[in-house]
Design a protein around this ligand. Sequence first.
Ligand code: NAD
Length: 363
Amino acid sequence: MIRHVVEVELGDRSYPIYIGDYILQGFVEKFREKLGVAKAAIITNPTVWDIYGNQVVKSLSAERVDYDLIIVPDGENAKSLNVAERVYGELIQKGFERKDAVIALGGGVVGDLAGFVASTYERGIAYIQIPTTLLAQVDSSVGGKVAVNHTLGKNMIGTFYQPSFVYIDVATLKTLSDRDFAGGMAEVIKYAFIKGEPLLSIIQGRRDDISARQMDILAEIATICCLIKGGIVEEDERDTGLRAVLNYGHTLGHAIESISEYKYSHGEAVAVGMVFAAKLSKRIGMVGADVVELHKRIIGSYGLPTTMISASIDKIIQVIERDKKRAMGGHVFVVLDGVGNPVIRNIDREDLISALGEFSKEG
Ligand SMILES: NC(=O)c1ccc[n+]([C@@H]2O[C@H](COP(=O)([O-])OP(=O)(O)OC[C@H]3O[C@@H](n4cnc5c(N)ncnc54)[C@H](O)[C@@H]3O)[C@@H](O)[C@H]2O)c1
């Protein structure tokens, strides 16, 4: 059943996020309601389609929705202009028009790619997000940032393009690998540190239920995270200010992903990045050692890494400097002025080198 509906209020780009468990087949009802008789292009990957294809086909057929299936490869490499080009070709060949719609069924990779294609195909056709990973349910499917990667940088080619609705079935998380589940938890933990309660208590007090993937607690977490992200996006849809706080742990995180050649997943890299951000916050006198310890304890309790990868400081700095988050002669980091109070700080180069050196030595 649908347990919660979160509304993202963005004027004529407003949309609902439906959250529940074992609701996958019900998405077609919402599709009809919002998109009428549009023909649907389902963009997904083989892994997700093998598990959920039958249910999706059944419900589309029952409601007589005309659809085509576009399968893209599994993995981050699908977020490329090459794959997007192939998808555009299939849409053209299958006769998709502006009145039709794209359904993104999968994790953040499928969602980012499908959203990007939808935003550019015929100057924009509607799309809906059916996120099936924890990361996508609590983060990437909400907010309308859609992109593909360039060989010179992640998410370098993208747009802001809001979905018509987001449909979250937390029961799909039952089939997710432990590693991907933990990766999604890194983003949940991020929300807990930038917003504080009630999430902070929930992720500590109900760790076992969360790790056992109990439906009620997963639906509650998804709802809280969507409320937090939706609220921030409402204030800063195009990422010119407040939205940057969602990058907590991401400045170093992105560098770690890149340096490890993606052996560290996004979530694992962000986990390490958050410990570092907490240490930076302590270094500039905004939090005490207890907050750093709290980071390590919570992050470690979900099986995520808390220590620095072995890489030269020069290399890390180089990658951070290449990242688009650099500004004004310093390095932009989200730090905490106390738990629940993220602030943006420009950290100067020497300080950063010294902080990274210290973090690396801890091993
Ligand atoms: N747009 C945004 O605001 C935003 C925010 C954060 C991250 N992202 C992007 O999200 C991407 C990462 O997303 P992700 O972590 O979901 O990775 P992903 O999409 O690669 O999914 C991880 C793995 O889980 C599989 N999978 C998906 N759903 C499953 C299910 N229910 N059961 C079993 N397996 C399933 C996928 O096939 C894949 O192998 C990155 O590209 C990142 O840049 C975007």
